[in-house]
Design a protein around this ligand. Structure first.
Ligand code: MTE
Ligand code: MO
Length: 258
């Protein structure tokens, strides 16, 4: 039987070997990190425009987050907390007016609804006011960090949809709203748009909407941050793809749910 050659390394040799191994591992990790970065960097951008220029894998992760929260926290029967009307502020905070600061002829205003078959439906304010009004007092929250208990009144989106026969439209995944001049626009997942507290509001503190708060008609969607509460609605669309969204294009969360 042949005796196995004894491999004995000097201390020096051992140190060299360790160094060699650790540099090897370090280098491999570096290469992997570089490879990962290259992969991400070269990955295509997700649907250009809809969400701010994010690489597809990152946006996919963010979209997964949206789905996770939608499934976990969204329940159409879960109502946002409401307050007694006396608690509503008298001086309602005013934020930005992108798309609703120009003048329009309010007497000529009609809400334009673009149906699935391409037909357009035009609804004026009197038709909306003729339907049952719902008052809502809730804590309005802006992503910029302020909130206020506010009092809004109008037609429930659900009632609007039912009355005007838009069931086919609302079986799609998203609703899009834009101002008449198309300068401000939001996309809403349909369950949030159809939430039992989502309002097409035409009153604030029991009076017609002042121009800076969305005259003649604005969205009040308590399950979302302020950014989605579009003032001065011009048109309404429906789709299975995410509609363009002003703040999502600037990198804000598309879902913006509470
Ligand atoms: N047309 C339009 N709607 C809009 C905005 C806007 O700039 N233009 N800003 C949004 C934001 S960020 C908030 S917080 C609320 C503020 O509504 P308010 O001005 O009535 O307080 O409106 C939302 N709706
Ligand atoms: Mo906001």
């Amino acid at each position: 039987m042949k005796k196995k050659a004894k491999v004995s390394l000097t201390i020096d040799q051992r140190i060299k070997r360790r160094n060699f191994i650790s540099f090897g591992v370090f280098g491999a990790m570096g290469a992997a990190a570089y490879g990962g970065w290259k992969w991400l960097y070269n990955a295509p951008q997700e649907v250009p425009g809809v969400t701010a220029g994010t690489r597809a894998p990152l946006r996919r992760a963010l979209n997964k987050t949206e789905l996770f929260f939608r499934r976990l926290t969204f329940n159409e029967n879960h109502l946002v907390k409401t307050y007694p009307v006396e608690m509503a502020v008298k001086t309602v905070r005013h934020n930005e007016d992108i798309g609703s600061d120009s003048t329009i002829d309010f007497d000529q205003w009609k809400l334009e609804v673009i149906k699935n078959n391409g037909q357009k439906l035009y609804v004026d304010l009197d038709q909306i006011k003729a339907l049952p009004k719902t008052d809502l007092v809730f804590d309005f929250k802006c992503v910029e960090g302020w909130d206020q208990i506010q009092h809004w009144g109008g037609l429930l989106m659900r009632d609007f949809v039912r009355h005007f026969g838009l069931d086919e439209e609302t079986s799609l995944d998203y609703m899009g709203l834009t101002t008449p001049d198309k300068q401000y626009y939001v996309g809403l997942d349909m369950p949030s748009a159809m939430h039992p507290q989502t309002l097409l509001a035409y009153e604030m503190n029991g009076k017609p909407l002042p121009p800076q708060h969305g005259k003649p008609l604005r969205l009040i969607i308590p399950v979302k941050y302020g950014i989605k509460n579009l003032k001065r609605i011009g048109s309404m669309t429906f789709s299975n793809q995410r509609p363009p969204d002003y703040w999502a294009e600037q990198g804000y969360d598309y879902y913006s749910g509470l």
